[in-house]
Write a protein that binds this ligand. Structure first.
Ligand code: THU
Length: 162
């Protein structure tokens, strides 16, 4: 067997100061949204901010439930809000920020597998890739130009449509 190599591309920045203004504003919006998380069971704060081509920024956070499997991640609450409020708008960028009490919050957290699948569907619907901007409340920011770099070999509409 000849092993194949997969390249994952991303950009890494020491802080949001190195970002372009629109990207910086979006990660700041995600950081602010994280502080509103409804997270009584995990106390893990996740915020998301989505920039649309109508210049709106839609924000959201994780919403937990006493029946744990009903919890919804910030990425999915926010994408659902953006798609339902602005069904024809194109997504230009999506930022996610996390925060936890009594912990260093200077590193990005990566979206869970379910959210990667959800974002991938949204990117297909969008008909154009959009950057995923990940950061803590401070410090390093990583940018992936497409969810496909976080979810290679993805399952999508192309697998189902004739
Ligand atoms: N969470 C998110 O909001 N996004 C992710 O990608 C991973 C996890 C939330 C779900 C739950 O409210 C808390 O973080 C702990 O898992």
């Amino acid at each position: 067997m000849t092993p194949q190599t997969l390249t994952i591309q991303y950009a890494s920045f020491a802080s949001d100061d190195a970002l372009q203004l629109a990207e910086k504003n979006l990660i700041i919006a995600a950081r602010t949204a994280a502080l509103q998380a409804y997270n009584p069971y995990s106390q893990f704060f996740v915020g998301c901010a989505i920039l649309l081509d109508n210049q709106q920024i839609v924000t959201g956070f994780n919403i937990e439930n006493a029946a744990y499997s009903v919890c919804i991640c910030a990425e999915r609450t926010t994408l659902s809000a953006a798609l339902t409020q602005y069904p024809t708008a194109k997504i230009l960028a999506l930022a996610v920020s996390t925060y936890q009490h009594n912990q260093a919050n200077d590193q990005p957290t990566f979206p869970c597998g379910v959210c990667r699948q959800f974002i991938s569907e949204c990117e297909d619907k969008n008909e154009a890739p959009f950057p995923i901007i990940l950061g803590g409340q401070t410090g390093k920011v990583q940018i992936f130009d497409s969810i496909k770099h976080l979810l290679p070999f993805s399952f999508g509409k192309a697998n189902l449509l004739p």
